[in-house]
Design a protein around this ligand. Structure first.
Ligand SMILES: Cc1ncc(COP(=O)(O)O)c(C=O)c1O
Length: 425
C-alpha cells in the first residue's frame, strides 16, 4: 500500500483561484472580458458564467508561472512529490513545448542526440531550434500486428557503440498505441555511459499511479520526461508537465528555457486543472484506473471473441516481443474488414457518433482516460459489431513499410531550415 502524504489533499493553486473568483474583484487587468462580463452570451449560456472568473492574469495573489513564489510554486512542488521527482514544471502548450524544451536544455548546438525516426513533430522543432545532429534510429515494425514500435534497448546500445560522442538519447514511450519500451534498462545503460535520457511520455501521465500499468519514465530514472497531463488524466487541453530528475542537466538552464518558450499569459484554468489532476490521480489513480483497465480489457476480449474481422493485440503478445503494453489503450486492427482504419474512423464519427483520437491504414486507436467508463466501451464494441455485419469488403493486401534511413546526414536540420535555398511553398 502506498503511503499517502497529507499534503496531497491540498490544491493550492485551485484554492487561491477559487477564493479570488468568489471575491468579485474589480478587474483592471487582462483579459478584456473582465471576469466574463463580455464573454459571448451564447457561449456563456452553455457553460455558465463562473468559469470565466478563473481566467485571470499574473498578479501577486495568483503567482507567476515564470518565477513562481506562491501557489504555483506550491502546486508544482506537490506535482513533483506525487511523481517522486526533484522538480515539475507546469506547461501550458502541451508536451509539444516540453519536447522542444528538453532538446534545448540537454544539448548545445552541434551536439549529437540519438532519436527514433518515429517521433512527434515537436521533436523536429526541438532539433531545429537546438541545432543538434540527430542520429536517427529506425523504429522496429511488426507486419503481423501492423504496428510501429518504440526504440529498443539493443537499438540504443548499438547506436551508442557506433556514435559514442552522442550527448543524449531521446525516447518516445509509450507510443500512441500504448507500447512501452524497456526504459529502466535503457536509462541504466545511458547513465553508465554518462548520457542524458529524455523521454516523451505524452501518453503516460497515468502510468505511475496504478500498479497494473507498465513502468513509467519517472520510475525508470529519466533525466527529463514530459507528460500530457491532459491526454490521460483530467487536466484541460494544453496542460502538461515536465519532470526534472537529473544529475547531468543544469536545473537553472531547464528553468530558463521552459520560461523562454512559454507564454507570459498562461491560462489559469489550465494551470488549476493541472493542480487538481495531480490531486485526483494521486489520491484516486489506483481505483480510477482499475475501473478503466477493467473496461478496456472487457472491450478487448469482446472484440477478439465476437468480431471476426477485427483484432486487438493483448499485453501477452506485446510482452513476447520484448515490450510492455498500457492496457488502457485499445488498438483495433481492421484489415480484414476490407476497409482502412481511416474509413472506419469516419464511419464511427458519422454513423455512430463516436470520435476516436487516431487511426491509420490498419488500425483504430481508442484512447481511454481517467474519465472513461464501461458504457463508453460498450457503445464502441456495439458499433464495431454493427460495422462487422454491414461491411464485407475483400481483405486488402496492404503491407506496413517505412522509408529507409540509409541517407547520409551531411547538414543539420537547423541549417536546412534556415537556408535561403529552401523552396517557398
Ligand atoms: C508521442 C507524442 N508526443 C507529443 C505529443 C504532443 O503533445 P501535446 O498535444 O500535449 O502538445 C503528442 C500528441 O499527440 C504525441 O502523441
Amino acid at each position: 500500500m502506498k503511503k499517502v502524504s497529507n499534503l496531497q489533499f491540498k490544491a493550492p493553486l485551485f484554492d487561491t483561484l477559487l477564493a479570488h473568483a468568489k471575491r468579485n474583484v474589480t478587474s483592471f487587468h487582462c483579459p478584456g472580458h473582465k471576469n466574463g462580463r463580455s464573454i459571448d452570451k451564447e457561449l456563456e449560456n452553455y457553460t455558465g458564467e463562473e468559469v470565466y472568473k478563473f481566467d485571470v492574469t499574473v498578479f501577486d495573489e495568483v503567482d507567476s508561472l515564470h518565477d513562481p513564489v506562491g501557489p504555483i510554486k506550491k502546486a508544482q512542488e506537490l506535482m513533483a512529490q506525487a511523481y517522486d521527482v526533484e522538480h515539475s514544471f507546469f506547461l501550458v502548450n502541451g508536451t509539444s513545448v516540453g519536447n522542444m524544451a528538453m532538446f534545448l536544455a540537454a544539448c548545445d548546438s552541434g551536439d549529437s542526440i540519438i532519436v527514433s525516426r518515429s517521433s512527434h513533430k515537436s521533436i523536429m522543432a526541438g532539433i531545429i531550434m537546438s541545432g543538434v545532429w540527430p542520429i536517427w534510429v529506425q523504429p522496429e515494425i511488426n507486419q503481423n500486428l501492423d504496428l510501429i514500435f518504440s526504440t529498443t534497448y539493443s537499438q540504443i546500445r548499438n547506436a551508442l557503440d557506433r556514435y559514442p560522442e552522442s550527448k543524449a538519447v531521446f525516447i518516445t514511450s509509450p507510443t500512441y498505441n500504448g507500447v512501452v519500451t524497456e526504459l529502466s534498462k535503457i536509462v541504466d545503460l545511458c547513465h553508465r555511459r554518462g548520457k542524458i535520457v529524455l523521454v516523451d511520455e505524452a501518453h503516460g501521465a497515468h502510468l505511475h499511479f496504478n500498479q497494473q500499468l507498465p513502468e513509467s519514465a519517472v520510475e525508470a530514472g529519466a533525466d527529463l520526461c514530459v507528460q500530457s497531463t491532459h491526454k490521460t488524466l483530467s487536466a484541460m487541453s494544453q496542460g502538461s508537465a515536465l519532470h526534472f530528475n537529473s544529475k547531468l542537466i543544469d536545473f537553472n538552464r531547464v528553468k530558463k528555457i521552459v520560461s523562454m518558450l512559454q507564454t507570459t499569459s498562461p491560462n489559469y484554468l489550465t494551470l488549476a486543472s493541472l493542480d487538481l489532476a495531480r490531486r485526483q490521480v494521486y489520491l484516486h489513480g489506483e481505483e480510477n484506473f482499475d475501473r478503466v483497465i477493467k473496461a478496456a480489457e472487457w472491450g478487448r476480449s469482446c472484440i477478439n471473441n465476437n468480431i471476426s474481422s477485427m483484432k486487438c493485440f493483448t499485453r501477452q503478445e506485446i510482452q513476447k516481443l520484448g515490450f510492455d503494453l498500457d492496457i488502457t489503450k485499445l488498438t483495433v486492427n481492421v484489415t480484414k474488414t476490407g476497409l482502412s482504419g481511416y474509413e472506419i474512423e469516419s464511419i464511427l464519427a458519422k454513423e455512430y457518433n463516436i470520435q476516436l483520437d487516431y487511426a491509420d491504414l490498419f488500425n483504430l486507436v481508442a484512447i481511454m482516460g481517467e474519465g472513461s467508463n464501461k458504457t463508453d466501451v460498450e457503445i464502441f464494441v456495439k458499433a464495431l459489431e454493427s460495422i462487422n455485419k454491414k461491411y464485407h469488403g475483400k481483405q486488402k493486401n496492404w503491407i506496413l513499410k517505412i522509408p529507409s534511413l540509409a541517407t547520409e546526414m551531411v547538414i543539420r536540420p537547423r541549417e536546412v531550415f534556415l537556408s535561403n535555398n529552401t523552396k517557398k511553398s
